[in-house]
Design a protein around this ligand. Structure first.
Ligand code: ADP
Ligand code: ASP
Ligand code: MG
Length: 438
């Protein structure tokens, strides 16, 4: 069994949907995990924002999105009866979305609306396979994808329930399901956060003990640097789970930050492939070691740095524990840490509880907060006794003010905190200095 996840652009137009059907039309047993058509989740998010504000423009936006789907249906299906079925399906989903413009709008309604993108794309692909005579079964992620009371995937529940879903359709090779959508521990509709379809694919892969998890997207694999910022990047044929996890966590948008870990734990290879160029090998992520040295760079924006300065830290044990406990209380992960005798600096990317954290930290010393920062993360396999990596990195960044450095925490990553306004220059210079001979 394989898991094939197709992202937004891979189902973003009727033409792309045909490509997906061609890619899945074979005897291999597989679960196809789909994102919403590109742009849809963004528009649904805008609709949700308007509904929270009780803004009447919400209905207008809903109707515009609905019209876009009628055009898709018209182009996607050949035969009149399939066009009709497609239209009815869109009508039904949008009737549901419109029903939320009537009453009080809460998180429950929000999540139900955000799930519609994936529910629509999977229903459309399922209908298309019917028109094209490719046998598929549509299974709802709402029947097996679930998070626990801490918001973490409930792997046991997922495994039991996806196995049950599959076993109830003997002889079927092709299953289609939604990425991103799930239920929470109360059984309510929820989601795995933006970009979460990759995470769904990985959790499903683990649940069914897949041979391979394939992430099909709009680029030919994991590149050595952010292709949105740097022009001459290239795909990496092979990287380890640890390297992929660092890159995804530190901003390589091609993978959701949490998606590598479940695959790593279950030792299931993850292959990144380009829907537009299916014969290009892409990137294989697995447990193999594949050489040492610097492999790639990623960057994560919207970072906040917090410095706690206190004389009381001098020679006192337990200070760091108390500081870290405050972040734990507000469920705020820390990315980077540096300490000196009298101060500790940490970075966070979730600043939703920053005011509360600041207030609690003030009991321990003077607090300084800096916003609009970026962590640049250089990833590879840095064997402890290797020399020269740090020098190469800092030579490349000689003209850029550096706020924090983290080296040695893991052998896969050197992290450098800079102002976001310097990010482009930093990534370009690192590219020229670290990869010029590749
Ligand atoms: P999908 O909609 O298929 O999930 P995403 O937009 O989430 O696709 O991810 C693919 C995009 O990730 C690429 O188009 C590329 O611009 C961006 N990206 C950022 N960093 C990297 C990287 N290191 N390698 C490849 N792609 C990257
Ligand atoms: N549709 C969701 C999003 O745009 C999930 C995904 O595409 O992975 O965030
Ligand atoms: Mg994505």
């Amino acid at each position: 069994m394989k898991v094939l996840k197709f992202g937004g652009t891979s189902v973003g137009s009727p033409e792309r949907m045909y490509d997906v059907v061609n890619l899945i039309d074979n005897d291999e047993s597989k679960i196809v995990v789909l994102s919403a058509m590109s742009g849809t989740t963004n528009v649904l998010t805008e609709i949700v924002d308007l509904l929270y504000k009780n803004d009447e423009k919400a209905l207008e936006k809903i109707k515009q999105l609905e019209q876009r789907y009628y055009v898709v249906v018209e182009d996607l299906f050949e035969r009149a009866n399939f066009k009709l079925k497609g239209k009815a399906l869109i009508e039904e989903h949008f009737k549901f979305i419109k029903s939320f413009t009537q009453d009080a709008f809460t998180a429950f309604e929000e999540k139900s609306i955000l799930a519609q993108g994936e529910l629509i794309s999977t229903a459309l692909l399922h209908l298309l396979t019917q028109e094209l005579g490719v046998e598929t079964v549509l299974i709802s992620a709402l029947n097996f994808m679930r998070t626990d009371k801490d918001g973490e995937p409930d792997q046991f529940y997922i495994k039991e329930n996806i196995e049950r879903e599959i076993a109830s359709h003997p002889g079927i090779n092709n299953f289609i399901t939604q990425g991103y959508v799930c239920r929470n521990s109360f059984g309510e509709i929820d989601n795995l956060k933006r970009g979460g379809s990759d995470y769904s694919a990985s959790l499903i892969g683990v649940g069914v003990k897949a041979d391979e998890i394939q992430i099909w997207t709009d680029i030919d694999g994991m590149h050595n640097n952010d292709p949105r910022v740097v022009s001459d990047t290239y795909p990496l044929p092979n990287i380890s789970f640890d390297e992929a996890a660092e890159l995804a966590y530190f901003g390589a948008k091609i993978l959701h930050p949490s998606s590598v870990l479940p695959a790593k734990k279950a030792n299931i290879p993850v292959r990144l492939k380009n829907t537009m160029e299916p014969f290009v090998p892409g990137t294989l992520i697995d447990a193999q070691k594949n050489g040492s040295g610097i492999k790639a760079i990623a960057a994560k924006d919207n970072i906040t740095a917090i410095k706690i300065k206190s004389d009381r830290m001098l020679l006192v044990h337990g200070f760091l524990r108390r500081v870290f406990e405050i972040f734990e209380t507000y469920k705020t992960p820390i990315d980077m840490v540096t300490t000196s005798e009298v101060a500790v600096s940490v970075t966070i990317d979730d600043s939703s509880s920053i005011e509360e954290i600041k207030e609690d930290l003030a009991n321990y010393g003077a607090i300084e907060i800096d916003k609009d920062l970026t962590i640049v993360c250089v990833v590879g396999d840095f064997i402890a006794e290797s020399k020269g990596y740090a020098q190469m990195i800092f030579k490349a960044l000689e003209n850029i003010p550096i706020r924090m450095i983290s080296y040695g925490g893991s052998r896969h990553n050197v992290s450098i905190l800079i102002n976001t306004s310097d990010k482009e220059e930093a990534l370009v210079s690192l590219n020229e200095n670290l990869f010029q001979n590749v």
